[in-house]
Every structure is written in structure tokens, then in C-alpha cells.
Design a protein around this ligand. Sequence first.
Ligand SMILES: Cc1cc2nc3c(=O)[nH]c(=O)nc-3n(C[C@H](O)[C@H](O)[C@H](O)COP(=O)(O)OP(=O)(O)OC[C@H]3O[C@@H](n4cnc5c(N)ncnc54)[C@H](O)[C@@H]3O)c2cc1C
Ligand SMILES: *[C@@H]1O[C@H](CO)[C@@H](O)[C@H](O)[C@H]1NC(C)=O
Ligand SMILES: *[C@@H]1O[C@H](CO)[C@@H](O)[C@H](O)[C@H]1NC(C)=O
Ligand SMILES: *[C@@H]1O[C@H](CO)[C@@H](O)[C@H](O)[C@H]1NC(C)=O
Length: 535
Amino acid sequence: MGACTYSISAIFSIFLIHVSMGASDPTQRNILQCLSNHSWSSPPISSVAFFPDDPSYVSVLQSYIRNLRFMSTTTPKPLFIVAPTHVSHIQASIICSKIHGLQVRIRSGGHDYDGLSYVSDVPFIIVDMFNLRAISLDVENGSAWVESGATLGEVYYRIAEKSKILGFPAGVCPTVGVGGHFSGGGYGNLMRKYGLSVDNVIDAKIVDVNGRLLDRESMGEDLFWAIRGGGGASFGVIVSWKIKLVSVPEKVTVFKVERTLEQGASGIVQQWQEVADEINEDLFIRVVLMPSKQKKQRTVKAKFVALFLGNAGKLRALMDQSFPKLGLKQEDYMEMNWIQSVLFWSNYPNGTSMDVLLERQPKSEKFLKKKSDYVQEPIQKPGLEGLWKKMMELGKPVLTFNPYGGKMSEISELDAPFPHRAGNKYKIQYSVNWKEEGVEASDRNLDLIRKLFDYMTPYVSKSPRCSYLNYRDVDLGTNGIGTGSYSEASIWGTKYFKGNFDKLVQVKSVADPHNFFRYEQSIPPITNWKGKMAE
Ligand SMILES: Cc1cc2nc3c(=O)[nH]c(=O)nc-3n(C[C@H](O)[C@H](O)[C@H](O)COP(=O)(O)OP(=O)(O)OC[C@H]3O[C@@H](n4cnc5c(N)ncnc54)[C@H](O)[C@@H]3O)c2cc1C
Ligand SMILES: *[C@@H]1O[C@H](CO)[C@@H](O)[C@H](O)[C@H]1NC(C)=O
Ligand SMILES: *[C@@H]1O[C@H](CO)[C@@H](O)[C@H](O)[C@H]1NC(C)=O
Ligand SMILES: *[C@@H]1O[C@H](CO)[C@@H](O)[C@H](O)[C@H]1NC(C)=O
């Protein structure tokens, strides 16, 4: 239900390295030779390349699968996995994959909802970034270099270790990987104050299709623009990011309360829609809507979770004035420092040590499917009441409303590939999880979430019906591996990027004209611009 479950497992192994087995298969020997020839560093690349005959292959593959739908025996597996400890390992992986006609999947935290960072229908390898996760902070300068294999929890931990008044605007789930999160936008509860993660990225290092290591200056502003929200894996392997830290007060205030329909949830959500995107940008109030049962009676429960960058007194005045329907009591307001609020938002109990942010494995894995929408006009009472009915009927899918406005409305739609700025009141995430294995359970649950998505059609953005790239959804359409035509891609591309899709195509055409970095939802280069060229 909550996007985030927390881990009680021991801290996952820090540095996974092994001694290479004698490679008996000639192709394997050839590939290993190629990898060694094109890399230099200690440990050698052979010690971080995992082939299927290696005892660690399965555990390395599974360590960062975050959706059980893609962990079955029938899920296509990579020919091998490279877990680079050095940039030259990435460079060699790209060069040798080109030579051997293999596709590269790039994985950082592995949270891609549809598994596109580690599954493919054509022969492929995984470049798995978990060993590259250094974070170096420059507190005086208020900046940091963060490697892509770091998790958000590690980023928050390293900041809090050095400063009580610095933070960073990114997602609320600590196990999400920096590599995918930043290259897909990255939002969290500081979004209304500071924008997205990509709005606070000031430099980056990428290995391109030719194996060159480039920074912002050498890659140029167009490519730097594209990787800040356009999906990194269409353009290269992003090694690290320089981020601008933001200031947070020493004391912040949070609350988390639930209201059922019987307790007036409908009217409260209505008022939330009027105020959540307009209110002071120091305040972020998320709503999670869940079907529920109270004394055998079906209902819907609305959970309101907030972060306020200020003290409880100030928040109380704000709530009394603008959002009285929620009916908060004095004891609902909890003051704490920013890092404690990070733990609170991830559902850790009060008093939990921030060390849990260093745990890289979530407590439990699920089968899951997610979808997203943008809402530009408040949904009126009849629409909401229909939604409650629908949710009770379907019984399972959960909706999360995240408010926009504030800084999000001030940043131009063209500033980064992420286009959902002014004019959006809130974003919806649809979510369904299940525990049963098998196709039948999967089909049943996919059907539930798609039905809810269909129900919402009249109430959400149109032409295009927009979606958030980091809420990956292959239902929106895919390229068809190898074809990658402009017209196919523009169907999902304009939903994620609106008008920025065309600029992404242009950047792709220069950065990777032969479409080496391709996957189901990669940006096609202009050489495949079939429909457009014919016009
Ligand atoms: C539990 C959970 C909570 C979440 N909460 C939030 C949230 O609060 N806010 C939010 O914005 N999103 C959230 N998300 C979505 C999340 O931001 C995306 O799934 C994100 O893409 C995950 O990044 P990753 O590195 O973990 O994923 P991966 O699966 O490793 O990668 C995702 C995509 O990025 C590509 N990629 C990864 N690393 C690199 C790299 N180094 N270079 C180039 N391409 C790369 C992959 O190939 C793939 O296409 C959440 C997801 C989950 C599962
Ligand atoms: C690797 O380099 C050696 C020595 O230069 C060369 O003989 C060999 O052909 C190369 N092999 C591959 C697969 O690149
Ligand atoms: C400090 O940050 C500014 C930009 O915010 C930058 O211009 C400057 O070079 C940085 N200084 C150091 C030492 O990194
Ligand atoms: C957390 O627990 C401490 C110690 O029990 C208590 O003093 C504090 O008020 C609690 N904070 C919150 C936000 O509940």
C-alpha cells in the first residue's frame, strides 16, 4: 500500500566481487577477452563480470529486482552482468556489447515498475551500478557528487551526517536508485518548494555510445538537458551527478491522519483539491486513498500525510485558515528534524535510527503494477462519489494524490524533458500489489488497475493524457525492439514528455544515431523517423 516498506534485514554486502571461474565456453572466453582488452583497473573486469555458470549470477541478478513479476524462471535472463567498480568497466561493456551485437540494460536501484532495467526479449547484458555509489559532499559549497548506484536513502543519510539544515528534493522511498530516479525526473515532498531532483542537478558524467566519458561541458547543454528527465538509458550510462543541496529548517512538522467516508473523507478530499496546490509552498500534503472495510461495511479510507518546512504553530495557523475540514488536533502535529521526517515518511516508527537509510533491500517484495495521471481541474462531488463506488467495487487498487503548484508552476515546461508544470493541480499514482504467483493472479490484478484507470478518463488530462516517466507504464505503448519508429514512440513519448519529445528525438539522433541504447520505451533517433520523413 505505502510506496515504501522498510527493511529490517542486515546491511547488504558492501562490495560484491568474486574470482572469475575459468571460462570454458568459447563465446564467453571471447567476450571476457574483449572486456579485459578494453578496460584497465584493479580489480580487473573479470572479477566483476558474472556469467550464468557463476555461483553468484542468480543472487546478483535478483538483488535488484523490485517487482516479483519479473523474477520468474520464464523471465528472460542476461547473458552476463557487469557490476563496474571503475568507469573503464562501463566503457568496455559498451564497446564489447557493440562488437558482439548485444543490447545493454542499465540498472541502478532496479525500481523500474515494468522491469525495463533488467529484462529484454533480445540477447542482452546488464550493466549493474550497485558498486558505484560513492557520495562526496561539499557542505560549504552546498553541493555533492553522487554516483548513480547510490540509493536515495544513502544520499539523505550522507547529507544529514554533515548538516542539519541541508536536504535534497527527491523521492520518499529510500531504496530507489539515483540513476533511474534522477534520469526520470525525481519528485518528493520538497517538490513544491524546490522542484524535482533534476531541477537541482548541476553537472553529470556519462559514458556515451562510443565509450567516451563526458561531463556537462563536454557533452553539451542538449544532452545534459535530455538526461535530466528524458530517461538516461536512451543516451548512455550516467556514472554520477552533481547536485545542488537545498536548505531545510532545523525543525520541520509532519502529520499523518486517516478519515473514512463516514468521517467525511469525501468533503475533505474536495477541500484538499482546492487548497493543496495553492497553499504555501512550504507545505506538501499527500493523500492516499484505499478501499477498506469497517465493521464489515465497505468504505474508502483517505490518509493525509504532510511535511511542513516550519514549526507546528505556523502549520496549525495555516491549516486552521485554509484546510479546516481535515480537523487536525494539537497532538497530530509532530515537530522533528528533516532526516527524522524522511524516516516518518517511509513509515519507520518514531525513534528509528537513521542507519536504516543505508539498508539497500526493502523488507518485502511484491508483484505490482502502477500507472499515473495528471489532474488539472478539481474532480467535482459526483465524480468523487463515483470514484469511491468504483474503488469499493474493485476492492484493491490504491490511489495516491501528490499536489503540484509552488515551485513546480514557476519552472518552464522547456527547462527539462519533464513537462508537467504549471496548470497541473496534482498527479495520481494508481497502484496494485499482490502476493500470489502465476498468470491468472497477474491478469486479474492488471485488469483491476486498468479498470480504475479507464474510470478516471473524464477527470484527468487530455490530448495527451499525460503520465510520469518514472512511473513506467508499458500499457502506454512500446517501440517494438529494433523498429523504434517515431510514430510508435510518439504515442507514449508525448504522454511522458509532451512537446519535449521532439527535442529528445533530436538529441538522441546526435548522441546515438544508430540506436545502440534502445529498449521498449527508448527515444528513437531521426534515422528511424519513418512517418515524419515521408510527409
Ligand atoms: C517503492 C518505490 C517508491 C518510489 N517512490 C518514488 C518517489 O517518491 N518519487 C519518484 O519520483 N519516483 C518514485 N518511484 C519511481 C522511481 O523514481 C523510478 O522507478 C526510478 O526510475 C527508479 O530508479 P532506479 O535506479 O531504482 O531504477 P532502475 O530500474 O535501475 O532504472 C530505471 C530506468 O532508468 C535507467 N537507468 C538506471 N540507471 C541508469 C544509469 N546509471 N544511466 C542511464 N540509465 C539508467 C534504467 O535502464 C531504466 O530505464 C518509486 C518506485 C518504487 C518501486
Ligand atoms: C585482445 O588483445 C590481444 C592482445 O592485443 C589480442 O591478441 C586479442 O585478439 C584481443 N582479443 C579481443 C577479443 O579483443
Ligand atoms: C561553489 O558553487 C558555485 C555554484 O553554486 C560554483 O560556481 C563554485 O565553483 C563552487 N565552488 C567550489 C569550490 O566547488
Ligand atoms: C518520539 O519519541 C520521543 C521519545 O519517546 C518523544 O519524546 C517524541 O515526542 C516522539 N516524537 C514524535 C514525533 O512522536
